[in-house]
Design a protein. Structure first.
Lengths: 327, 672
């Protein structure tokens, strides 16, 4: 008898690594309770992903999709999961820690009036009276053992701590479930997503990053020059905190201690001095190239290649040289 | 002659409760009993609230308590720091005290003579006249003080007090009580015993006398009716005041002196520690509910006068952050206690993380409330609950894992010293100085220049010094300010071990945060060292003639005081004296010294985004720019970052330099 349910947000066309790890959590929980685990796929790709999910070692794979679940909203996902659990009383319900589960799992816990532990690292025991889990507290300095004393409990699990299950042969039965209509009428309507469209690669994944500092003097002066360079290199665009603070580029471009931490193959730092706050976000880049007119700029101390020059001359020249070579 | 005196003494007095019928007297006693009962119930409720707190801290000796009361309750030294507020409060306070004593004298006279069966006790003759005169004078003081308080609420100004309905209601309540007191007196003098001529000595009650002369033409019945009405008003409002004391900000009348006398003796820069053992034993870390505070803390929150000075000087409040130190104190005091969580919409993580731990609130509070201590206790709870996210959490992790907040390799810590001829502690036998570099001074390229300047100064002065090199790690300051005691304890423990294994006379540091931690907090963990900030040490070197600086053209400049130097550690004069020695003409900004305005990087804010309101560093920069400086001197690596960023944001050409750099520029042979 399955007593653990793993909920997977079914979006896109493959199961993410964190969801494979959540199945690992399911396996551990099932071992602890002496039972088995089932999977609930929630979302538009539920049936599409059911074949892969069926190979994760669970008993049954339930699929639930509806127009309300077409796009993610916490209200709809919490309501759908609650509706499913009303007919299927699992002992322990879990999902991978993610920004979505951080939002909708507490709602689900409130709807069901059951206890919940977030970002769990380990399953200690699962028995009818209580579930014992381990989670980190004090910024990871201490491990807390949490006892959830209730007939039903919720948990989110940290994916790095559980063995990702590899989809094998289909062993689970797949069972579609209907989502009761009108569940997600929370007064909140999904209007649309306005994604910042850019042809450039994502900062976190880019092999090359062109990063701009205050020396570029803003979006009307140096930044377009650097953007052209980035396009020629197929690079992502990054920026220092000062550039973002000045409103020249949006927050998502910020690299540094309080922005994104990156480590590309090549990091081209243009018109930025290299404050420690910035270095903390990029110093592990493989090759650092710096262009700055101030030979004293600290960025030169970490740079593998440095060019002391006015970026307004050097960047267009470099772009032209790369273009001619490419063309 | 004796006979005359007797007649005189017998006549120079007044009939207590003249014109007050029995029912009104009965009403007065009833209301008085009710008011006192309500007041005592309110006080008892507050005391019960405090008693849920933990017992902690050393008791205060009687002598010390008396000295404190004399200085801050009687002389009100801290309130006087703001002139108008000091004047207003002193007038109301002393007016109130003397009027209260006057009422007591009247009561003792009344009941005493009744008990002893005598017509009078002592409220006659010269004494009567003296008391009457004093009450007039202090009654005027009382009213004047209220006028000052009301006008301060009308006028602008930086320390403008709050004008919520409750603030105005309290002032108007006092004003009406004071005015009705005078009116009652005037009406009595005009009407009693057939008018003014029957008691010419009442001229001593000059306000009442003046009012009475104006009322003379009125009919006797009208006067007595008005008198009774005025007396009733005065009496009812006075009783209302007594009843209200423990239920609103008036409770500071009781609790502020208690807190002034019994407060804990602790610098704002020295936090009370929590050990892992304590947490394991009690399961308590930080403040989740009111009972997690100490009794003394809970009592201190009730001392709040709601004067709002703390939030006026708070850099977070001033720049539009959701934090007001006063509101945190009031939210705690207003919580229902028991198991009710203090954290929520009012005391939210955004509120708590907005604090720069600059201590301006603590320094400013006239009644010695430790708002910062409360905020840190609440932050500790957030850390325990994982309510610390993003870059702040990343910095904490780096501090814990790498020993510095930027996650730089420990191996590289001493790299800056390459080729500078700086020995490590194992290379020098008992040096005069151990130069504590700190993380910024070791890794931050800009701060390294300050470290190097300091090395040149030490070498020029022939000081035997050494560094710990790789044996040094973060003091734990950022972790502690952010509420992570465990990381602090670990780092501080490691440093104390390294320091105690070394032999040296003093520790020198260019970072006020390191300075504060080592000076004020390491002793609690068994590390007792003589530590100086570089501004103090350079001042000593110059004074003793070991360091001679070359003269150069004077430069107009200003100093941005580091909070952890000036405010938390009283080092105010040393940096100024050193700067003057370098030829800097120091022009003070409006907020300077112990009242300096934070640069925005303390309390872990260095590693957090500032996405609400104005930027604190930009606000500070514009204050500094008002002095029209060519150079802004700083004495802290974090201030250096914040001031440089703020300068660059406005494309200013003013130089931002550390004190050490300005001194190094004047070393013999450095001037070009």
């Amino acid at each position: 008898m399955a007593d653990t349910l793993i909920i997977i947000q079914a979006m896109g066309n493959e199961l993410s690594k964190s969801n494979l790890a959540a199945a690992g959590f399911g396996r551990e929980a099932a071992a602890a309770s002496g039972g088995a685990f089932d999977i609930l796929l929630l979302g538009p790709s539920a049936s599409g992903l059911s074949a892969a999910a069926a190979g994760l070692g669970g008993g049954t794979v339930f699929t639930m999709s509806s127009t309300e679940l077409e796009v993610y909203t916490a209200e709809a996902f919490a309501a759908a999961a609650a509706a499913f659990l009303a007919d299927h009383p699992y002992r322990l319900v879990a999902a991978a820690t993610s920004s979505a589960t951080k939002e909708y799992f507490p709602r689900l816990a409130a709807l069901l009036d059951v206890p919940m532990a977030s970002d769990v690292l380990k399953v200690e025991s699962v028995d009818p009276q209580k579930v014992i889990l381990t989670r980190a507290v004090f910024v990871g300095n201490l491990l807390a053992t949490v006892e959830l004393e209730a007939p039903q409990a919720l948990a989110t699990c940290r994916s790095s701590e559980f063995e990702p299950q590899t989809p094998g042969g289909e062993t689970s039965t797949v069972e579609p479930v209907e989502m009761p209509a009108g569940l997600a009428s929370s007064g909140k309507t999904f209007v649309g997503i306005e994604a910042a469209s850019s042809d450039r690669p994502d900062l976190k994944e880019a092999d090359i990053i062109v990063s701009v500092g205050r020396g570029t003097r803003g979006p009307d002066e140096g930044i377009p020059l650097c953007e052209r360079l980035a396009d020629v290199l197929g690079a992502a665009l990054g920026a220092t905190r000062a550039v973002v603070d000045a409103g020249w580029l949006a927050n998502e471009f910020q690299i540094g201690q309080t922005g994104k931490i990156v480590a590309p193959e090549v990091y081209v730092a243009i018109g930025l001095s290299g404050s420690i706050q910035h270095l903390a976000g990029m110093r592990t880049s493989k090759t650092i190239v710096a262009i700055n007119k101030d030979p004293e700029a600290p960025i030169f101390e970490v740079a593998d290649l440095g060019l002391v020059a006015d970026l307004f001359d050097a960047v267009p020249e470099l772009t032209a040289a790369l273009e001619s070579r490419g063309g | 002659m004796d006979e005359l005196n007797t007649i005189f003494a017998a006549t120079v007095t007044r009939e207590i409760l003249w014109n007050i019928p029995g029912w009104a007297r009965a009403l007065m006693y009833l209301l008085f009993l009710a008011a006192v009962a309500l007041c005592l119930m309110g006080v008892a409720r507050r005391v019960r609230y405090w008693r849920q707190g933990r017992e902690a801290g050393e008791p205060v000796s009687l002598g010390k308590a008396c000295r404190r009361l004399w200085r801050d309750a009687v002389l009100q030294v801290r309130i006087w720091r703001s002139g108008a507020a000091g004047l207003g409060h002193a007038l109301v306070f002393w007016g109130f005290i003397v009027l209260f004593l006057g009422t007591c004298i009247v009561a003792v006279e009344d009941y005493g003579s009744w008990l002893l069966g005598r017509e009078h006790l002592f409220f006659t003759g010269t004494f009567y006249l003296a008391v009457s005169f004093a009450l007039e004078v202090f009654g005027i003081f009382f009213l004047l003080g209220l006028v000052v308080a009301l006008s301060r609420r009308k006028s602008g100004g930086r320390l403008r007090p709050l004008s919520r309905p409750v603030d105005l209601a309290v002032l108007w309540l006092f004003l009406v009580i004071g005015l009705s007191g005078f009116a009652t007196e005037g009406l009595r003098i005009a009407a009693a015993g057939g008018g003014l001529e029957s008691h010419p000595f009442e001229r001593w009650s000059f306000v009442g006398w003046w009012l009475a002369t104006g009322l003379q033409g009125l009919d006797g019945n009208v006067l007595t009716t008005l008198h009774l009405g005025s007396w009733l008003g005065h009496m009812v409002l006075s009783m209302a005041f007594i009843a209200l004391i423990p239920y609103c900000k008036l409770r500071h009348i009781f609790f502020a002196p208690v807190n002034i006398a019994l407060r804990e003796d602790r610098k704002a820069g020295r936090y009370l520690g929590v050990s892992m053992e304590e947490v394991e034993e009690t399961g308590r870390y930080g403040a989740a509910v009111a009972a997690d505070f100490t009794r003394r803390q809970l009592m201190s929150f009730d001392a709040c006068t709601e004067c709002a000075r703390c939030q006026t000087v708070c850099p977070a409040t001033a720049t539009g952050k959701p934090l007001s130190p006063m509101k945190v104190v009031l939210d705690i005091a207003g919580s229902s206690g028991g198991g009710a969580s203090l954290h929520g919409d009012e005391i939210s993580p955004d509120v708590l993380w907005a604090c720069t731990s600059c201590g301006a609130c603590v320094e400013e509070c006239p009644v010695y409330i430790d708002q910062l201590g409360a905020i840190v206790d609440l932050r500790r709870h957030l850390v325990a609950e994982g309510e610390i996210r993003g870059s702040a959490q990343a910095a904490l992790r780096s501090v814990a894992a790498a020993g510095n907040p930027w996650g730089m390799p420990q191996e590289d810590r001493g790299d800056w010293a390459d080729g500078l001829g700086v020995p490590t502690i194992d290379e020098v036998d008992s040096p005069e100085l151990l130069f504590w570099i700190g993380c910024a001074g070791s890794y931050d390229r800009r701060s390294r220049k300050v470290t190097e300047a300091m090395v040149r100064i030490l070498q020029a002065a022939g000081v035997r010094f050494a560094i710990l090199g790789k044996g040094e790690c973060c003091t734990g300051d950022p972790a502690r300010r952010m509420g992570d005691e465990f990381t602090y304890n670990e780092l501080a423990g490691a440093n104390i071990e390294s320091l105690s294994a070394a032999s040296f006379e003093r520790i020198l540091t260019t970072c006020p945060h390191c300075f504060n931690a080592i000076r004020n907090e390491y002793p609690d963990l068994g590390g007792d060292y003589d530590v100086v900030h570089h501004s103090e040490f350079i001042e000593e070197l110059i004074a003793s003639g070991r360091l001679v600086l070359e003269d150069g053209a004077p430069v107009r400049g200003t100093l941005h005081d580091p909070c952890y130097l000036a405010r938390q550690n009283d080092v105010v004069e040393a940096p100024r004296s050193v700067l003057r020695s370098t030829g800097l003409d120091v022009v003070e900004p409006e907020q300077s010294g112990k009242a300096g305005f934070c640069g925005g990087a303390g309390g872990g804010r260095m590693w957090m985004e500032e996405d609400t309101g104005e930027r604190i560093n930009s606000e500070r920069w514009s204050q500094l720019e008002e002095t029209e400086p060519e150079t802004v001197a700083v004495g802290c690596p974090f201030c250096m970052t914040m001031m440089t960023d703020a300068r660059d944001a406005v494309d200013s050409s003013v130089e931002v330099k550390d004190i050490a750099e300005l001194v190094a520029e004047r070393l013999p042979g450095s001037l070009t």
